[in-house]
Design a protein around this ligand. Structure first.
Ligand code: ADP
Length: 445
């Protein structure tokens, strides 16, 4: 087993990794920016190294500085968490070149699935359904117009290297496509370092269903069920649950099998997620995420499997043993992503936390890195906590989540807790009438 792991991240996921390491008797090294000196992940790790100033480009994305920190502390592995460098091919490769294990898939797999056009080509060859559109990058305006007229408007322009809900533009008619093409190209070039884009039919009411994959170094690939993540704002998930109770078992089993097929076809190793959109009784592959996801706890709650611990064990060569051949799925789980934001303007709302009170009870879990007196920094993602509940069925979970949200007090800043209280009482949500436009509809009403 590894002796010491450097965690190339911050916030709740850094804490989550520290806890998994403790379970395995592994020492931890936290990295931090100057702004994060007093953060909980720094306090709870065995060692810590400052890797740069507050802006993440100079600290949490600073590859030379992070790898130097790993070397000087004698770390034998690096856990990237999610976001930052988690899906950065260069970082994974250079970590390995420095003689340390990157806790994730091979750099090759990161590169392959990080390019959504390449990923779609692989999936197409497997005969798994794809959203109608281009299977290669769009070269010229005429190219784009031909594809769009073939699949009919509305269409969506997407960045090949896109992520985090960015780099997408819905286009309703031909003139808009003519106007937007080079604009979108420039935008995605600035954001993702490549102007490659592709086109898909815009689905107007899809559910977002994704499959948790676990694969060891010996070619054993399993799924740990699906999650539904249809409650989204600007293409970003804010509430996730497992299982998805609203598609047939037959359909579900096809989606799960196809996800395993995709991961097997690329000899995937580590945990990962295969994402699909589901509409009108058909499902379509959209992308694979080659890392631990923000929403992994809902799968942990229904399977009882510690995914981060498993990810570390697999990186160290552990096989998926018998306990994985007969995973029991139990009950229902749901996660609300608590953001530090102004409910009116939806802008991030940093500040000092006080009057912090965490909810509790059977099946209530809070993954956060908050304490009274800590500063929510303006430099990073506004996700500050994840509230996760588990119960026998969806109705029980909804009830439990309402109570947990009522108990949760985060003083000193503004958050989206009140929005979740309203969503959890909305009859549409309670009935499961969800698709990716749900939240927009709800907020309008
Ligand atoms: P990212 O990598 O940025 O998260 P994804 O491809 O995973 O992008 O898509 C994120 C979300 O964007 C989906 O869950 C869905 O809500 C929306 N989306 C993506 N492609 C389409 C599409 N063709 N039609 C409708 N919505 C889409």
């Amino acid at each position: 087993m590894f002796k010491k792991i450097l965690i190339a991240n911050r916030g709740e996921i850094a804490l989550r990794v520290i806890r998994a390491c403790r379970q395995l008797g592994i020492k931890t090294v936290a990295i931090h920016s100057t702004a994060d000196r007093d953060s909980l992940h720094v306090k709870l790790a065995d060692e810590s190294v400052c890797v740069g100033p507050a802006p993440s480009s100079k600290s949490y994305l600073n590859i030379p500085s992070i790898l130097s920190a790993a070397e000087v502390t004698g770390s034998d592995a690096v856990h990237p968490g999610y976001g930052f460098l988690a899906e950065n091919y260069e970082f994974a490769k250079r970590t390995q070149e420095c003689g340390m294990k990157f806790i994730g898939p091979s750099p090759h797999n990161i590169e392959l699935m990080g390019d959504k056009i390449k990923a779609k080509q692989i999936v197409k060859d497997l005969g798994i359904p794809l959203i109608p559109g281009s299977y290669a990058k769009v070269k010229t305006e005429n190219d784009a117009l031909a594809i769009a007229s073939d699949i009919s408007f509305p269409v969506i322009l997407k960045a090949a290297l896109g992520g985090g809900g960015r780099g997408m533009r819905i286009i309703s008619h031909e003139s808009e496509l003519r106007k937007s093409l080079s604009l979108v190209r420039n935008e995605v070039l600035a954001h993702f370092g490549s102007s490659d884009i592709y086109i898909e039919k815009y689905l107007n009411k899809p559910r977002h269903i994704e499959v948790q994959i676990v694969a060891d170094q010996d070619g054993h690939v399993i799924h740990l069920g699906e999650r539904e993540c249809s409650v989204q704002r600007n293409y970003q998930k804010i509430l996730e649950e497992a299982p998805c109770s609203f598609i047939s078992d037959d359909m579900k089993s096809k989606i799960l099998q196809d996800a395993v097929k995709i991961a097997s076809s690329i000899n995937y190793q580590s945990v990962g997620t295969i994402e699909f959109l589901f509409q009108d009784d058909t499902y379509y592959f959209i992308e694979m995420n080659t890392r631990i996801q923000v929403e992994h706890p809902v799968t942990e709650m229904v399977t009882g499997i510690d995914l981060v611990k498993t990810q570390i064990q697999i990186a160290c060569g552990a096989k998926l043993n018998e306990s994985f051949s007969d995973v029991q799925f139990k009950g229902h789980a749901m996660e609300c992503r608590i953001n530090a934001e102004d409910p009116e303007t939806l802008m991030p709302y940093p500040g000092e936390i006080h009057d912090y009170h965490v909810p509790g009870g059977v099946g209530v879990r809070v993954d956060a890195a908050l304490y009274n007196g800590c500063e929510v920094q303006p430099f990073y993602d506004s996700l500050i906590a994840k509230l996760i509940v588990h119960g026998d069925n969806r109705n029980e979970v909804i009830n439990k989540m309402r109570n947990a949200l009522d108990e949760y007090v985060i003083g000193g800043i503004k958050t989206n807790i009140h929005l979740f209280r309203k969503i959890l009482k909305d009859p549409e949500f309670v009935q499961g009438n969800l698709n990716t436009s749900y939240l927009k509809r709800f907020l309008k009403v």
